[in-house]
Design a protein around this ligand. Structure first.
Ligand code: AMP
Length: 108
């Protein structure tokens, strides 16, 4: 399936839709989920276009690791010292609704 350049996370990355930002650098953006499934529900996304978990290649290894570094920092910053869940839904049958790779951080 082709990448939809107008999916909601692509539009957030372009600044066309606002988000409640938690962290941003050259490689990643973290923001609060608009429909939180837990007291803390943050999404961490790469700035690089990666549609789904199944599209990750060996060249993306450092970037994928970086998303987890960002998630761990967000968890610490948001007071999740007692623990949290990290979830990636992939593909239509994996519950993915937005076709830009994202890591869910759920806690509290
Ligand atoms: P998934 O079902 O794994 O693709 O997760 C997509 C997530 O994006 C859902 O938890 C949505 O609530 C969230 N979401 C959709 N639109 C926005 C938005 N504009 N800002 C923040 N989160 C959003």
């Amino acid at each position: 399936m082709a990448y939809d350049p107008n999916n909601v996370f692509a539009r957030i990355l372009r600044g066309e839709i606002p988000c409640k930002k938690v962290f941003e650098n050259a490689h990643a953006l973290a923001f609060h989920d608009i429909r939180p499934q837990a007291p803390v529900h943050v999404l961490v996304i790469p700035k690089k276009v990666i549609r789904t978990h199944a599209d990750i290649t060996p060249a993306d290894a450092a970037l994928i690791g970086h998303l987890h570094v960002v998630a761990a920092k967000a968890a610490a910053d948001l007071g999740l010292a007692d623990g949290y869940r990290v979830v990636v839904n992939s593909g239509d049958r994996g519950g993915q609704t937005v076709p830009h790779l994202h890591v869910h951080l759920l806690g509290g």
